[in-house]
Write a protein that binds this ligand. Structure first.
Ligand SMILES: Nc1ncnc2c1ncn2[C@@H]1O[C@H](COP(=O)(O)OS(=O)(=O)O)[C@@H](OP(=O)(O)O)[C@H]1O
Length: 298
């Protein structure tokens, strides 16, 4: 009788054990959940900052970079180093604006206004001298026209009075050097301040015109600069005929940039265009010399 009882108890125990293991996650699942990187996600200071240029393709760059599993990207422009009201809130506030990053992921934010803001390079250096900086540049006249178009649409939304490009750009038959959109395309003026503070090796230049035409080679260079495992590949991009731009694809979804990217630029009189190309020729050469590479600009 005692033997039967023992056999019965053993059978119940085995049944219970089988039932338990069938319903519970396997040991390997438990272990991997313990090490689930998501559980150790945290916000931290950015390792990478996309400093500009405005209208250079900064949104495309950060979106393309976030295709990489090793990158966590801030969604909106933080304006920490260029807006005093934000800067005064301190590093804790800055960190609170960053995305959750899993251990080993690099955090990136983009604020294109940093590039032309005089106090920013030193402020970044003080906070993180090891920050890696990405600067995406675009042919200066094209960038100026994109800048004008952006302001035009902002004013349209706010129902403000519009000004033609000619009124802003020309003064007494000459280019108006006080026009902000023109000044922002004088890359060497702004770059000087960055190179006074950061070694050239800390700043990687992305060719914004090339990124529009064919994003993959530019992104491979970015991966290399950031010492990221090569991951971004041709399947991450597809050309959208309607939009006229490359859109992005990852395991989760396909997406194009917002409609505010890729707007039609104003038609400009050929003689004004000529003036602009002539005007930018010398500053461009200075920029090329400063950064040690050339771009295929007019
Ligand atoms: N893939 C893709 N899709 C859409 N747009 C693209 C893409 N790659 C680069 N671009 C170019 O990005 C330009 C906008 O630059 P930014 O994102 O730096 O603008 S902003 O300063 O943040 O407002 C925007 O300028 P405009 O064409 O003048 O609108 C685009 O030409």
């Amino acid at each position: 009788e005692r033997f039967t009882l023992l056999v019965l108890m053993a059978a119940v125990t085995v049944a219970l054990l089988l039932f338990f293991f069938a319903r519970s996650p396997s040991l390997s699942t438990v272990v991997s959940r313990d090490h689930d990187p998501l559980s150790s996600a945290a916000r931290c200071l950015p390792d990478i900052i996309i400093i500009g240029v405005r209208k250079g393709g900064t949104r495309a760059l950060i979106e393309m970079l976030s295709l990489h599993s090793g990158v966590a990207a801030a969604q909106s422009e933080v304006h920490f180093f260029d807006w005093d009201s934000h800067y005064q809130r301190g590093a804790d506030w800055y960190v609170s604006q960053m995305p959750l990053a899993r251990s080993g992921q690099l955090t990136v934010e983009k604020t294109p206004a940093y590039f032309t803001s005089a106090r920013v390079p030193e402020r970044i250096r003080r906070m993180n001298p090891d920050a890696r900086l990405l600067l995406i540049v675009r042919e200066p006249t094209e960038r100026l026209l994109s800048d004008y178009t952006q302001v035009f649409h902002n004013r349209l939304e706010k129902r403000k009075r519009q000004q033609t490009l000619e009124t802003l750009l020309m003064r007494d038959g000459e280019l108006n050097l006080d026009y902000k959109a023109l000044n922002r395309s004088l890359y060497h003026v702004h770059m000087r301040r960055w190179l006074d503070v950061f070694p050239r090796s800390r700043v990687h230049l992305v060719d914004g015109d090339a990124l529009i035409r064919n994003p993959l080679p530019e992104m491979k260079e970015v991966e290399e600069f950031l010492h990221l495992e090569p991951q971004i590949n041709a399947t991450n991009f597809y050309f959208n005929q309607t939009k006229g731009f490359f859109c992005l694809r990852d395991r989760r979804r396909e997406r194009c940039l917002h409609g505010s990217k890729g707007r039609k630029h104003p038609r400009v009189a050929p003689e004004i265009l000529r003036k602009l190309y002539d005007f930018f020729h010398e500053p461009n050469q200075k920029f090329f010399e400063m950064v040690g590479r050339t771009f295929d600009w007019k």
